[in-house]
Ligand binder design. Sequence first.
Ligand code: NAP
Ligand code: FE
Length: 383
Amino acid sequence: MRFYVPTDIYVEKDCVKNHAKEMLAVGKRALIVTGHSSAKANGSLNDVTEVLNDGGVAYQIFDEVEENPSTDTVRKGAQIARESNADFIIGIGGGSAIDAAKAMALLIVNPGLNADDLHKTPSHPLDHAPVVAVPTTCGTGSEATPVAIITNHKINLKKSIPHRIFPVLALVDGKYLASAKKQLIVNTAVDALSHMVESILNVHSNTLNRMCPEYGLKLLGECKEALIASVAANNSATQNTSQNAAPIDASLYEKLMLTSTIAGMSIAMTSTAVPHGMSYDLTLCKGTPHGPAVGYFLAAYVEICHKKVPNDVEKVLSLLGLQSVEEFAEMLQKLIGTCTVTRELRDQFATAMKTNHSKLDLVPGGITPEEVEYIYDKSLMVK
Ligand code: NAP
Ligand code: FE
């Protein structure tokens, strides 16, 4: 058994300022990589630039990362990094900005590597520039994983690249969630939930690496009523919904961020499984945000695993404070609703998934083509 997360991780309020010294030690010239606007609005960009200004580290800002970052964006950012002689990359934002930062860190020290070839497996591990990660969503845990998920529109592929890029430093502060819409918090929390569930219901799960998802699921269980209440409050203008709990507020931001980082550490050890494998085509074809795209498949995956590893599924449910797989499915439905696709798309997704052995081979006890079909039938409404 092995546990290996080499990232120096701090989770606390005012983390970026508190650990200025650690960030300034990473390099002499930074490229800051963000999405279009959220890092400016939530104060994270300002926190980072203040530290760099005070510490005399030069920087350039690349604020063009889109959701589900593309090879073209990564190429553009890496070009700017090279032109400004950046020797490290700071990714600020959700998983999209941090993943793009990782891929740029790879390209800047491998000038022979074309962005369009990022998904090709290299003959030997490639080096990369150091990455600092400042997450502002509570979902991907990218600050604590070696994974970068990049989309190549030329070949219609959304997938993790085969290169392993752990950030050297992760500065995790829940306060950046204050400006996020409640549904973004809920959607990304569903991603973190999926990471932990897929990490336990996984052939690579063992007693050592389970310490992360088991603790994280307990934390998420403590937030679940508030997450459900937030969605209900959002919908209350159109529906007469009764709520038992208060919606998410500042008191839960740090817990949600911590859970997300722990969920990242979970998949760093096991990798994600079938629901993530199924999500990528849904996002690619319908633009479904990552958290719900995974979450739609999660309950049926848990149901299938219940037949194979019942004790593990019971453990997941009890940590979340749930009684049954049905209750788990109901919780997800309250959080993200349902997803409808055409028959043609559903069949196209299922056919492709049946050959995706990188994910299918991770199911404890194996999975049959009929069970793959069952997950699609149970998870997607067909019109
Ligand atoms: P995201 O795509 O990074 O961001 C979604 C949206 O939220 C963007 O419009 C962004 O705006 C906005 N946003 C971010 N932080 C905000 C804040 N604090 N307040 C208000 N708005 C905010 O979302 P994500 O779910 O975190 O990342 C999804 C990506 O990560 C997918 O590509 C997924 O496949 C990948 N992923 C990676 C890993 C991994 O281990 N590396 C694991 C799971 C998923 P701006 O564009 O203006 O910033
Ligand atoms: Fe994910």
